[in-house]
Design a protein around this ligand. Structure first.
Ligand code: GLA
Length: 678
């Protein structure tokens, strides 16, 4: 990324304390609602709104015909009301005249299906014509509002790649070829990387290469993997082009866009995007069907902090209650919105924002909750909105503080893409869900973790887990082995260390990249069918393994668990390899949560890593932010009963000083300022 020559102020310099607000779409409402909006925002303590994300067609309903008055008016009203603006480039959805006039800019699926106008995001990020129009629009927005004192932050486009993570249209063809030429230099190098000797796929020139469009059978796996890498980079290049357009006019203002760091969005490698934004901003929505949705939320927040290299970040969107886009959209229960918002804050967010300010009365998202619901302000939801504003103001001291962990969980988008390619031993695997299961084990054991890439600096961690890291190049494997060399504990699981960055097998026996470190060797996999399991004896506990089994041969490791039935009865399934002072563990099947928890306990003890707050009742979660000589312990009671706690400090939310044992009511949150620090 090009360096910025002008000093950029911090993204939250213009607001006091933590950020609070949401997407504001005033163009959906008559102007007489706007004054009420501002008054209500003030009542709730809103200090930042995202404006004009989907405004292009309102601003320019016909080519060259601009209607700025309404946006000028609301910008001034917000400014007069003391509310700052994250101003969008208005490009997240091209106007109908543009797609109609230039249908060549429309994106396509792998099978050639054209994604037409009528929803949103109907553009190919590599379309030269779209890029020209979008950059012009971003420039116009910047010219009109550059240096306006209410503009705190620029918001480029919106959730880039959300609906179209990969575009297979003709727009992508020259861009993909150029990306490949840059990556490989010569077509011979591409042929080597893609293994094109297989199935007569050898290319004589880059000009014959296409995106991996729907083919009679499996497309070349490395072509597929590279197209995912390319698509992430193409989204980033689109972001950069709009960012440059804005910065050319308005250089000192911080710039961001909203990421989707969660277990369901694998389109963009956000670790690769992070340096391009002045603050990492994330959108997160809980999963209605998931009883443990608060743990997936915690994972998402920790992942976002990992993407931000540990720095404070911004929760750009979540929901006050139901969304509209899941199968059955669930309203949040009592206290849930507060718990959700503050859990993001606990895990490093310096603000909490929502989609959206006022629930829409028309359009595809009219059943999506907002901060102001359809029923108005005489509602529990509005009271929750006001109460959250109060809590965030009370939490101003946590701004800028950080979460510190001695355990790390490895997560990698390239490994995600590669593990879920087709033609694998077990084609039912979902990488993020597999990692999430280990995260849950850590969560239930109260162990705080940072989520990092395999190439991250791991020197601060005594315990590192890398589940199902199918794609691991040798440099990453060596980096992970460094944890063990330094006397720490490293654990990995089945189907890890199998291929390099080109998706070529590490030969000589599985798991090639980790074989020596783990002191094991595997000749063949024996994946398990759905519903099939193997008995496992782990220590003195009988449990089961699902999804996977294999005949683990020992090459220096010691057996800590064995398969007890079936053709592999007697084979090692959990092993520990002692290397100097360090320990390298291998788990060769998918174990139930209880067994994962017991392993996590063993590993944490071995590594000397303690829970964030030892001795908490089950279902009570603790996260600590640290800074300025103080610790801020966030405690969440996810149970239906009051929890008895011994943690001491002053609750910033209530002012209560807790010394002797005290009770945290069912569903409640407390944030204790621990004066001595942690
Ligand atoms: C995303 C988008 C918003 C809205 C919400 C709905 O976060 O950025 O525009 O569609 O989803 O949940």
């Amino acid at each position: 990324m090009e360096r910025r020559l002008i000093a950029v102020r911090a993204w939250n310099d213009l607001v006091e304390g933590l950020v609070y607000g949401g997407d504001y779409n005033p163009e959906q409402w008559p102007q007489d609602v706007w004054d009420e909006d501002i008054a209500l925002m003030q009542e709730a303590g809103v200090n930042l709104v995202s404006l004009a994300i989907f405004s292009w067609a309102t601003l320019e309903p016909n080519e060259g015909e601009f209607h700025w008055e309404w946006l000028d008016t609301i910008v001034e009203k917000l400014h007069a009301g003391g509310i700052k603006i994250a101003l969008a480039t208005a490009t997240a959805s091209p106007p109908p005249w543009l797609t109609h006039r230039h249908p060549e800019m429309l994106p396509q699926h792998a099978d050639g299906t054209v994604l037409h106008q009528g929803g949103r995001q109907s553009y190919a990020p590599t379309s030269p014509v779209y890029l020209q129009y979008a950059a012009q629009m971003a420039t116009r927005m910047a010219q009109r509002y550059a240096s306006h004192p209410a503009v705190a932050l620029w918001h480029i486009d919106n959730e880039i790649g959300c609906h179209v993570p990969e575009d297979f249209s003709d727009n992508a063809v020259p861009a993909f070829r150029a990306w490949l030429a840059e990556r490989y230099g010569t077509v011979e190098a591409l042929n080597d990387a893609w293994g094109t000797a297989f199935w007569s796929q050898r290319y004589g020139t880059f000009d014959d290469v296409l995106p991996p469009r729907t083919a009679p059978t499996y497309a070349n796996p490395t072509q597929q993997l590279d197209f995912k890498r390319f698509s992430s980079d193409a989204g980033l290049a689109y972001f950069q082009a709009l960012r440059q357009a804005v910065l050319a006019v308005n250089p000192g203002v911080p710039v961001t866009t909203n990421f989707m760091c969660n277990t369901g969005n694998r389109g963009m490698d956000y670790f690769g995007w992070a340096d391009a934004v002045d603050v990492v901003a994330n959108d997160h929505y809980t999963r209605a069907h998931d009883e443990e949705r608060h743990i997936e939320l915690a994972f998402s927040a920790d992942l976002t902090r990992g993407v931000a290299h540990g720095a404070p970040w911004l929760l750009m969107e979540h929901s006050t209650s139901a969304v509209n886009w899941q199968h059955v959209n669930r309203a949040k229960g009592a206290g849930e919105m507060l718990r959700d918002s503050l859990d993001h804050v606990a895990r490093g967010a310096d603000g909490a924002m929502f989609f959206q300010w006022r629930a829409s009365r028309a359009g595809a998202e009219k059943f999506h909750s907002g901060m102001v619901p359809h029923a108005g302000t005489d509602t529990q939801l509005w009271r929750n909105t006001v109460e959250l504003g109060r809590c965030l103001r009370a939490l101003a001291p946590v701004r800028g503080t950080r979460v510190v962990s001695r355990a790390a969980l490895v997560f990698d988008y390239h490994a995600w893409w590669a593990l879920e390619l087709d033609s694998h031993p077990n084609n039912t695997l979902a990488y993020a869900d597999l990692v999430l299961e280990w995260y849950k084990a850590l969560w239930y054991e109260g162990i705080g973790v940072d989520i990092v890439t395999p190439a991250a600096d791991l020197t601060g961690y005594d315990l590192v887990l890398a589940p199902n890291l199918y794609l691991t190049d040798t440099a990453a494997a060596d980096n992970l082995a460094g944890v063990v060399r330094r006397g720490g504990v490293f654990a990995t699981t089945w189907f890890s260390g199998i291929v390099d960055a080109a998706d070529h097998i590490h030969l000589g026996g599985y798991p090639g990249a980790f074989r020596d470190l783990l002191g094991v060797r595997v000749e063949e996999f024996s994946p398990l069918q759905a519903g099939q399991s193997v008995g496992v004896r782990l220590g003195d506990v009988d449990t089961v393994g699902v999804r996977w089994s294999e005949d683990v041969q020992l090459r220096g490791a010691q057996v800590r668990g064995v398969i007890t039935d079936g053709p592999l009865a007697g084979a090692a399934v959990v092993t520990e390899h002692e290397v100097g002072e360090g320990h390298a563990w291998y788990v060769a099947t998918d174990l139930p949560l209880d067994a994962k928890r017991s392993l996590v306990r063993t590993w944490a003890d071995q590594a000397g890593v303690a829970p964030v707050q030892p001795g908490l009742p089950a279902g009570v979660e603790a996260v600590r932010r640290i800074g300025d000589g103080a610790g801020y312990l966030f405690v969440f009671n996810h149970t239906d009963e009051a929890a008895r706690l011994t943690a001491s400090g002053t609750d910033l939310l209530t002012g209560t000083v807790h010394g002797a044992p005290w009770e945290l009511p069912a569903g409640a949150v407390a944030v204790l300022r621990e004066d001595a620090g942690a």
